[in-house]
Write a protein of this length. Structure first.
Length: 221
């Protein structure tokens, strides 16, 4: 619930704020001074990436706790583990900073998520031959679906935080975990390149509806 409420609010505030600054101030200023206009798709990619990075401040700790709960549940024959108990344990052992282990992977996922969702939607929108609400929804569906290209980032994020919470080999690096690229290489070596795209279709569907609600709906309002 925390992740849903606060991360969505942080995302919208940062994303729409950046979009407004770039579209309403920076682009007209550049056009007036040197005759250069910032393309809407570029504005979309930049504002989406900024919003995603800001969102990771909330989603870093919550995703770590959720991953830890799932891991603990599997180890305890499906018994549900309280996320508050997990968070309390992490804070007691490592302090608040301990909740942000694996956050670089979360930031990479969220930045690429929303840069793609916003950017692809902005790129596709003027090319849709249907105007109005229907055209906006179609553009959002296409933009959201295309954003699923970064599924390997999500797979690596889950793997990295799972290893950290399980006390695996990543703990030997000061508890911070391996880099995103190193984790992806490990996954390919162990399970093949196809393992990086596990869950691609469900993620595309999720990205589609999230883009509709957090990219298209604010524009329609």
């Amino acid at each position: 619930m925390v992740e849903g409420i606060f991360s969505g609010g942080v995302l919208l505030a940062a994303k729409e704020g950046l979009h407004t600054i770039l579209a309403n101030y920076a682009s007209p200023m550049l056009t007036k001074s040197i005759g250069v206009t910032i393309p809407p798709s570029f504005i979309g990619f930049v504002s989406g990436a900024g919003g995603g990075c800001a969102q990771s401040l909330v989603m870093g700790p919550t995703s770590l706790v959720v991953t830890a709960c799932v891991l603990a549940s599997k180890e305890n024959d499906g018994e549900l583990i309280s996320p508050f108990r997990v968070a309390q344990k992490v804070i007691q052992e490592r302090g608040i900073r301990g909740l942000y282990r694996g956050s670089p992977a979360v930031a990479a996922r969220q930045a690429s998520n929303w840069a793609s969702r916003q950017g692809f939607t902005e790129f596709v929108r003027p090319r849709i031959p249907i105007a109005g609400v229907a055209g906006e929804l179609i553009a959002g569906c296409i933009g959201g679906t295309l954003s699923a290209w970064n599924t390997p980032f999500e797979v690596a994020r889950i793997e990295s935080q799972s290893r950290i919470m399980a006390g695996g080999d990543d703990e030997g690096k000061g508890g911070k975990g391996k880099s995103l690229v190193a984790t992806m290489c490990d996954i390919v070596d162990e399970r093949g390149i196809g393992a990086l795209y596990v869950g691609l279709i469900p993620r595309a569907a999720q990205a589609c509806y999230q883009t509709l609600f957090l990219v298209c709906v604010p524009r329609l309002l």
